[in-house]
Ligand binder design. Structure first.
Ligand SMILES: [Cu+2]
Length: 144
């Protein structure tokens, strides 16, 4: 092997090693996640929320647009475990006045604005019968 060819092979090896290192770093860190957002659209389709995880800031209004693409009604109720448990066992069908409790009729859109007052990890769930068990659950991380 000539000296130049040896250099070429060595160079290619270093490049390949570098690519592997970058790929490994990406695999460990995962894809970049968006920071806290103040305007989020959540699509409802086939009785699932998309996205099923959001990150929002505390202390400022957050506008959430709920787009129901299904031919049936859904709910979007966000809160801590106590709130979710109340709705799991409750009989209240309509949640007309609370920004954190939305009913989204079939094939319609609702927009709500919430100011979260504390860092927390809350869930958003549809509590219509069977929907939570089917997977209509999301996680909201509220950050400082
Ligand atoms: Cu539902």
């Amino acid at each position: 092997m000539s000296r130049n060819r040896a250099r070429l092979v060595l160079g290619a090896g270093l490049v390949a090693t570098g690519l592997v290192a970058v790929a490994a770093a990406v695999a460990v860190a995962g894809p970049p996640r968006p920071g806290p957002q103040t305007s989020i659209t959540i699509e409802i389709k086939y009785s699932h929320f998309n996205p099923s995880a959001i990150t929002v800031p505390m202390g400022v209004p957050v506008t959430i647009t709920l787009v129901n693409d299904d031919p049936i009604d859904h709910e979007w109720i966000i809160g801590d475990d106590a709130v979710q448990q109340k709705h799991r066992t409750g009989t209240e069908l309509l949640h007309p006045v609370r920004p954190t409790e939305q009913v989204i009729p079939a094939l319609s859109t609702r927009v709500t604005t919430i100011t979260f007052d504390q860092p927390a990890q809350w869930k958003y769930i549809c509590h219509l019968p069977g929907h939570e068990a089917y997977g209509m659950v999301g996680v909201a991380t509220i950050v400082r």
